[in-house]
Design a protein around this ligand. Structure first.
Ligand SMILES: [Zn+2]
Length: 300
């Protein structure tokens, strides 16, 4: 049973929005593509986890705090006898394990994923102690991409290679009955979620420097052709209902500038598409809550 669904991280969403609205540096573009790949890998793991039977709680994308440190876990699987912490990696191509470190085939040293996993494992155990919970924990780093190879992979590492995943999932699928203790653990994890914004590192931006407009979901070009009730992308031909496009863009505004108010004038300026004020107003009224403050209307 999935108690917490996976959603794109605050960081991934923010980077996608900024990608359409400003020129990202090469590093930021690379970072965004890694975030996208990471997310795809996690979804691939979810598809495998969906086949687990018996009583189990699955909580995805947990962001917790222990010992004044934030830590993130891709999937926590609570079974009767054991709690699995899963970190998913979607790296592909060939890597080499040497002297306790991970290298690319070309010899570039990578951030050590095992150290990262061990750190999360320690912090998770601390989190349990802080909450007076006592469970057996097992952490695993799952390399999900079938095109990943690790040369010299040591046997005693908490690593699951692509060729071992099916077996690992079978091993996970033990008979399991959950009790009140497991429920309490799951509830504690759910209520201890940290704010993803704290964890998210976005490149600097200001309202003035971001491109205004409604950008195509498919190709990120600015959508300018109006064919009621649709907005059409001149670049790839994708079409979207104007209402949904305005709402989508308003959500980007709120996300990128949480401190700004969504007034109609602000949204019209942000979307920049020449729709009537009435069209904007209707889209906002139907999809957000109308608020007022000294006769100034805004939406939330
Ligand atoms: Zn397009």
């Amino acid at each position: 049973m999935i108690l917490k669904e996976r959603t794109e991280s605050h960081e991934l969403i923010g980077m996608r929005y900024l990608n359409a609205r400003k020129e990202l540096s090469a590093d930021d573009k690379f970072y965004l593509s890694n975030l996208e790949k990471g997310f795809e890998g996690e979804l691939a793991f979810d598809r495998l986890a969906a086949n687990l039977s018996e009583e189990r709680y699955i909580l995805n994308d947990l962001l917790l705090e222990a010992n004044h440190s934030d830590f993130q876990i891709d999937s926590v699987i609570i079974s009767e006898g054991i709690i699995h912490l899963i970190d998913v990696k979607n790296s592909k191509e060939d890597y080499v394990w040497k002297d306790g470190e991970l290298y690319t085939k070309k010899g570039n040293k990578c951030k050590n994923p095992v150290n990262q996993l061990n750190k999360s494992d320690l912090l998770f155990n601390q989190f349990l102690r802080d909450n007076k919970l006592n469970f057996l924990i097992q952490s695993r780093l799952v390399f999900i991409n079938p095109e990943f190879t690790l040369y010299n992979a040591p046997e005693d590492m908490p690593i699951i290679l692509p060729t071992q995943i099916n077996r690992f999932m079978t091993e996970l699928n033990t008979p399991s009955k959950l009790n009140e203790g497991h429920k309490k653990l799951a509830q504690t994890l759910m209520t201890s979620q940290q704010d993803g914004r704290r964890y998210s590192k976005l490149p600097e931006y200001t309202y003035e420097t971001l491109r205004k407009g409604i950008f195509c979901k498919t190709c990120l070009a600015k959508m300018t052709i109006i064919k009621k009730p649709f907005l059409i992308c001149g670049n790839c031909g994708s079409k979207e209902k104007t209402e949904s496009a305005v709402v989508r863009s308003a959500k980007e505004y709120k996300f990128l500038f949480p401190e700004r108010r969504m007034t109609i004038s602000n949204i019209i300026e942000w979307c920049e598409v020449e729709l009537s004020r009435r069209t904007y107003l209707r889209a906002m009224q139907r999809n957000f809550k109308e608020m007022s403050n000294n006769k100034n209307m805004y939406y939330e």
